[in-house]
Write a protein that binds this ligand. Structure first.
Ligand code: ZN
Ligand code: ZN
Length: 430
């Protein structure tokens, strides 16, 4: 500073602007010529190339940078991903969450999970190696910025439901307070109420967010939503409206679900909560604002008409059996499975849940799997699949189209790194 740009400084600026606009070739060439550039930061805000890539959603460059900084030969290999800027004390994970770049968020989490980053967070007894890996990673997911906000707080405040989902799925603490553990502060639910995203609120509630937790000024999220005139959000957050179903995360076999079974059950959870939501919003001015145009109704009617009795769930006689209980092999639909596991809202602080038993034989549920398709009477569809396969595929497409996994966020433009998250208004002031 002060002596004009040296050759090194101009290379550095070249790197940062190339990262920002997504000029992969230039970034690659610059880093090849001068690998140490990877560890440089902008002068005023101390943003690294990783921060800039994450904030701008430059996933290809981000992946390359992660790759290089995770390379065991790299100097300070763990430092990159844990680097805090000086502006807000945020990591690249915060920036990906803030700007809703869920692909970048996922890439950073995967890198953190598969690298020695986790190890570097922990000091102590070597006999607890597995423990160490888990807790280090959990700590990274819940990393706080200078004002106590975790990436989940930022994603909730900025209306980024996909990021909220990914973070929760990776162990983000749903009731974390910006005040720190045990201190009053805002929870992600308070900030979602402030931001007014129904999708974020749905997800947080479905993950066990507490509607009664108070912030530093004693307000529950309901009051915050009312203050900012997010009426539909307020209706869901109103402690007197029906409790949503909560993902039964503390159950062992739920934490061990494979991806396909998990997707089915998560979809059932969101569908069930949407039904409750419809009742809550019915008759209010907000019932029309519901972003889910009764997809589940039409989807279900459609599939019911095609189902033979043999495939129907023996508990509700409404849905197709998609989940198999193991080891006994009894089958039921995803909705009934979920109802079985969610009959009590698990308390996120004590996590004491009695594991349910199979409703048919009363044996303990060891594991849940996707029900295998019975090849009954060789009825094969025109595309070579059985009717059941087609139906399942169809409903899957349906869920993808309607689910909040889909991007709802029009990503805001931001131009200057100086403006990166310059808003301070996300923390709610009384
Ligand atoms: Zn059923
Ligand atoms: Zn059974």
């Amino acid at each position: 500073m002060g002596q004009g740009l040296s050759c090194g400084a101009s290379q550095e600026n070249g790197l940062f602007s190339a990262v920002k606009v997504g000029d992969f070739e230039t970034v690659e060439a610059l880093l090849k010529r001068e690998p140490s550039l990877l560890h440089h930061t902008t002068v005023y805000d101390r943003h690294s190339a990783l921060h800039i890539a994450a904030a701008n959603g430059q996933i290809e460059i981000l992946a390359m940078l992660l790759d290089k900084s995770m390379n065991p030969d790299a100097v300070n290999r763990n430092k990159q991903i844990l680097m805090f800027d000086s502006l807000h004390g945020r990591t690249c994970l915060h920036y990906a969450a803030y700007y809703g770049h869920f692909d970048c968020l996922q890439a950073i989490l995967s890198a953190a999970q598969s690298s020695p980053v986790a190890v570097s967070w922990w000091v102590g007894d070597h006999s607890r190696l597995l423990d160490l890996l888990c807790s280090g990673y959990a700590r990274f997911v819940n990393i706080r910025d200078a004002r106590g906000a975790t990436p989940l707080h930022l994603a909730a405040r900025q209306r980024r439901p996909e990021c909220v989902h990914i973070l929760l799925d990776n162990g983000a603490l749903v009731c974390a307070s910006t005040g720190g553990y045990g201190c009053p502060g805002s929870t992600p639910l308070h900030l979602a109420a402030r931001g007014g995203s129904l999708d974020c609120i749905r997800k947080l509630l479905a993950w066990g967010a507490d509607r009664l937790q108070r912030d530093a000024t004693g307000r529950i999220p309901y009051i915050v939503a009312l203050k900012y005139k997010h009426g539909a959000c307020a209706a869901l957050l109103n402690p007197s409206s029906a409790e949503p179903l909560v993902w039964p995360a503390p159950l062992k076999f739920i934490s061990e679900l494979n991806d396909e079974a998990k997707l089915l059950l998560e979809q059932a959870l969101m569908d069930a909560n949407r039904e409750r939501e419809k009742n809550i919003l019915k008759g209010t001015a907000y019932s029309l604002l519901s972003p889910s145009p009764s997809h589940s109704d039409s989807g279900l009617d459609d599939s019911i008409s095609e189902v033979s009795d043999a495939e129907l769930c023996c508990i509700c006689f409404e849905q197709i059996c998609t989940i198999e209980v193991q080891d006994c092999g009894h089958q039921m639909c995803a909705q009934c499975t979920l109802a079985l596991c969610c009959h009590n809202k698990p308390n996120p602080t004590t996590a004491s849940v009695t594991p349910p038993v199979c409703p048919f034989c009363r044996s303990t549920i060891v594991r849940l799997a996707v029900a295998k398709i019975k090849d009954c009477d060789g009825d094969v569809g025109e595309d070579g699949s059985s009717p059941k396969v087609r139906r399942r595929r169809k409903s899957r497409n349906f869920s993808e189209g309607s689910s909040s996994f889909k991007s709802l966020s029009a990503v805001g433009s931001f131009n200057k790194m100086g403006r990166i998250a310059a808003e301070n208004e996300w923390i709610d002031k009384p």
